[in-house]
Design a protein around this ligand. Structure first.
Ligand SMILES: [Zn+2]
Length: 295
C-alpha cells in the first residue's frame, strides 16, 4: 500500500515537474496567451470588420494573430520560432496545396499548439469561378489540410475555420459554408505585407494600425520574409504596449459578436471591385488565379 502511495506521489511530482518544464521560458516577461476563445461554428458565421459588419467580441487591447497562405519552408519555421520564443499561439489559414507539399510543417504548427484553419486548395479568387468549381477547391483544401495535419480527412474539417482568398466571398458560398457549420474569418486589420516594405516599416505600420483600432483579428502572411523578419520585434512591441494575445479554437461555446459602428462599409468590397475591374466574366479556373500576394 505504502509503495502505491509513494508511486502516486512520485508520479504527481513528475507531472508537476513536467508542467514547470513546459512553462520554462514562458514567464511574465513573455507575451504569452491571455486566453483561449472557444468558438462553436454551428450554423456558421462570418466575422472581421474589413468585410463583415461584425467581429469577435474582443476586449480592449486583445489581438488574434492569424497567418495566411502557408506553410512555406522558407519562412514558416522562422515565424514558428518567433511565436515559440514569446509563448504565443496563432491561427494558420493553410493553402491546401502547400499543406500537401509540406505536411511536416503543418504537423509542427499543431504540435506547437497553434490552430490550423483553411484557405482553399489553390487560392483562386472564387468570385471568378463557377460556384461548383469554387466549392470543389474549398473541399479539396479541407481534405489536403486535414490529411497533412492528422493523416486522415473526413467530410467535415476538424477545425471548421475558413478564410476566403482575397476575401472574395459570394452569397452562395457563404450560405453553403454556413449550412456546413464552417466559421468564416475575415480580418479587422492587416499588415499590408503583400506590398514591398522593410521589416521595420511593416512592424511600425502594424503597431500604428493596432493602436488606432485598439484590438482585432490581425492578418499576416507566414509566407512573407518581411513578416517573418519583423515578428520577434512586433511581439516585443505588443508586450511593451499592453496588448494581449487571444487564441481562437473550435468548441462548444456560442460565439459573442461585436457590431460594427454606424456607417460601417466593407473595405474589401472596394478593393475587390478595383482588382476585378476589367477582368470581365472570367470563368476558366486557370485564368482566374490572381497572385497569392493579393491577400
Ligand atoms: Zn491568401
Amino acid at each position: 500500500m505504502r509503495s502505491i502511495i509513494l508511486a502516486t506521489v512520485l508520479a504527481a511530482l513528475c507531472l508537476l515537474g513536467l508542467a514547470a518544464g513546459a512553462k520554462a521560458g514562458c514567464g511574465p516577461r513573455s507575451l504569452g496567451v491571455e486566453r483561449r476563445l472557444v468558438l462553436s461554428t454551428k450554423g456558421g458565421f462570418a466575422v472581421g470588420f474589413k468585410s463583415y459588419p461584425r467581429s469577435l467580441d474582443l476586449a480592449d487591447h486583445e489581438v488574434v494573430l492569424t497567418f495566411d497562405d502557408g506553410p512555406s519552408p522558407k519562412t514558416t519555421p522562422e515565424v514558428l520560432a518567433a511565436l515559440a520564443q514569446e509563448c504565443v499561439k496563432a491561427t494558420f489559414f493553410l493553402i491546401g496545396r502547400h499543406a500537401a507539399a509540406y505536411p511536416a510543417l503543418v504537423r509542427r504548427e499543431l504540435a506547437e499548439g497553434h490552430s490550423v484553419g483553411h484557405h482553399s486548395f489553390s487560392h483562386p479568387i472564387m468570385r471568378l469561378l463557377p460556384d461548383a468549381a469554387a466549392r470543389a477547391d474549398i473541399e479539396k483544401g479541407f481534405m489536403a489540410d486535414d490529411q497533412a495535419a492528422y493523416g486522415a480527412a473526413s467530410a467535415q474539417p476538424k477545425v471548421p475555420f475558413f478564410r476566403f482568398p482575397g476575401f472574395a466571398d459570394t452569397p452562395a458560398l457563404l450560405a453553403w459554408l454556413e449550412s456546413r457549420d464552417i466559421g468564416i474569418f475575415g480580418a479587422d486589420l492587416w499588415a499590408s505585407d503583400w506590398l514591398e516594405m522593410t521589416p521595420d516599416a511593416e512592424r511600425k505600420l502594424v503597431m500604428a494600425r493596432l493602436e488606432a483600432a485598439g484590438r482585432g483579428i490581425l492578418l499576416l502572411h507566414d509566407t512573407k520574409p518581411s513578416t517573418a523578419a519583423m515578428l520577434p520585434a512586433l511581439l516585443r512591441d505588443l508586450k511593451a504596449r499592453g496588448f494581449k494575445i487571444v487564441q481562437i479554437v473550435p468548441g462548444d461555446a456560442k460565439p459573442v459578436f461585436r457590431k460594427a459602428p454606424p456607417g460601417w462599409r466593407s473595405e474589401t468590397e472596394a478593393i475587390l471591385a478595383k482588382v476585378l475591374r476589367g477582368r470581365g466574366k472570367v470563368v476558366s479556373p486557370g485564368a482566374a488565379h490572381l497572385p497569392e500576394s493579393v491577400e
